[in-house]
Design a binder for this molecule. Structure first.
Ligand SMILES: Cc1cc2nc3c(=O)[nH]c(=O)nc-3n(C[C@H](O)[C@H](O)[C@H](O)COP(=O)(O)OP(=O)(O)OC[C@H]3O[C@@H](n4cnc5c(N)ncnc54)[C@H](O)[C@@H]3O)c2cc1C
Length: 377
């Protein structure tokens, strides 16, 4: 279809802003409605694997990501003292480095700047109020009082997706996995030039990921009751207790955490939307459609792949419904494979019993999955 289409993106996170930048650059009229007050994100880091960096290159943002982050090439497996057991060089897609660690706030800011510079309108503190799809367009009013008619509405509104609830009620709600992730940003230690994964049997694993020349983040996953929350005054001590078996770089990183407020505790949940991801001219993408556990570090990578493939489908197909059908046919198998494998890896690493289907999936392993994921998306 020739531009300009009118596209409303609900959710200005990693996927939504990437789509807004891509579509606005291609001449479409784009607005983003984001419920937060500004381009904000959890103050921790994220890994951009090679496929995510490939999308960033297509969006003209690769250099900005690399400048704001820390490019790395090797995932190192080590014992609890940090003694190296295995180095796993990460594969790359054509034209993209193997991986980049980046602070989430920096990534969201650079995506927001790119979308705005390309001509997209970003509405912060705004969310959908009313929405009616009559088959030829979608009439939407936002809570900031603005109103418009759109050719397409895209729900990039995250794992708790209010747009998904509008489409499907409570048929697809996030399912808690029984595990939670602890993350904290600390000064980068000399020698942490790639991801260091220190493993203490099935009981605990801690990762150090460089995100700038100065910073890295420490991440670890533990089984926890659904209603557990760390005490805001002693969260760093709670984390230190859980990681007491680690010495070496992880021990050093833990010891450097003195502010309990710097510890980010996230329950790990997933959502599988078995129903179609698009209904009429409304489509769910990214975590709203297929949020997965973080065990392959691929959730945001899948979201930005969704964005690029959707922008390409809107270019290549004759109608919006045809573009959405083509997009979903291409995205569903890959995103659901990532989701199923990520969940299986979580179970394997934590000693949770796996199903025969998961055992089959796990034969590829995390290193093998990385090679699959650098194939074209
Ligand atoms: C512990 C952990 C570690 C992870 N590490 C990695 C990693 O290393 N690499 C990786 O690729 N992925 C990682 N992920 C996954 C990644 O964070 C997500 O998959 C990714 O952020 C999804 O992008 P998205 O745009 O779909 O959703 P989000 O980035 O969640 O954005 C959704 C946006 O919608 C907005 N929103 C919500 N409700 C409304 C509303 N009513 N109206 C308007 N806007 C709304 C939100 O404020 C938010 O800005 C990790 C996830 C977790 C939990």
């Amino acid at each position: 279809m020739a531009p300009p289409l009118r596209v409303l993106v609900h959710g200005g996170g990693i996927g939504g802003l990437t789509l807004a930048a891509l579509l606005a650059r291609r001449g479409h009229t784009v607005e983003v409605a984001e419920v937060r007050d500004g381009p904000d994100a959890l103050g921790v880091g994220i890994i951009q694997p090679s496929n995510a960096l490939h999308v960033m290159r297509e969006a003209g943002l690769l250099d900005a990501c690399l400048a704001a982050g820390f490019a790395w090439e090797v995932l190192t497996i080590a014992d609890p003292a940090g003694t190296v057991r295995l180095d796993l060089p990460q594969p790359r897609m054509d034209g993209a480095p193997p991986a980049n660690g980046i602070p989430r706030p920096a990534l969201v800011r650079l995506l927001a700047d790119a979308a705005r510079e390309a001509g997209a309108t970003l509405r912060y503190g705004a969310t959908v109020d009313t929405l009616a799809d009559d088959g030829t367009g979608v009439d939407v009013t936002l809570t900031d009082g603005s109103a418009g008619r759109w050719d397409l509405v895209v729900g990039f509104d995250g794992i708790g997706s209010p747009l998904r609830t509008r489409l499907y009620g409570d048929r697809h709600t996030p399912e808690y996995t029984g595990f939670a992730n602890w993350r904290v940003t600390v000064p980068r230690l000399p020698g942490i030039d790639g991801v260091l994964m220190c493993v203490f049997g099935p009981a605990a694993k801690a990762l150090l990921t460089p995100i700038t020349d100065e910073l890295m983040y420490l991440g670890a996953v533990f089984p926890e009751d659904a209603d557990y929350r760390p005490d805001p005054g002693t969260a760093h001590e709670e984390l230190a207790k859980r990681l007491a078996m680690f010495t070496g770089p992880v021990g050093e990183a833990v010891a450097s955490v003195t502010d309990p407020a710097s510890v980010v505790h996230t329950r790990i949940s997933q959502v599988t939307v078995e129903d179609p991801w698009h209904v009429g001219r409304i489509v769910l993408a990214g975590d709203a459609a297929h949020a997965s556990t973080p065990h392959l570090a691929q959730g945001a990578a899948m979201a930005v792949e969704d964005a690029l493939v959707l922008a390409d489908a809107l270019r290549d197909e004759d109608t919006v419904p045809a573009a959405l059908a083509a997009w979903e046919a291409r995205r569903r198998p890959r995103a659901l494979w990532v989701q199923a494998l990520s969940r299986a890896v979580l179970k394997q690493e934590t000693g949770t019993p796996t199903t025969p289907e998961e055992d089959e999936l796990l034969k590829i392993g995390v290193p093998g999955a990385a090679h699959v994921l650098v194939q074209p998306y």
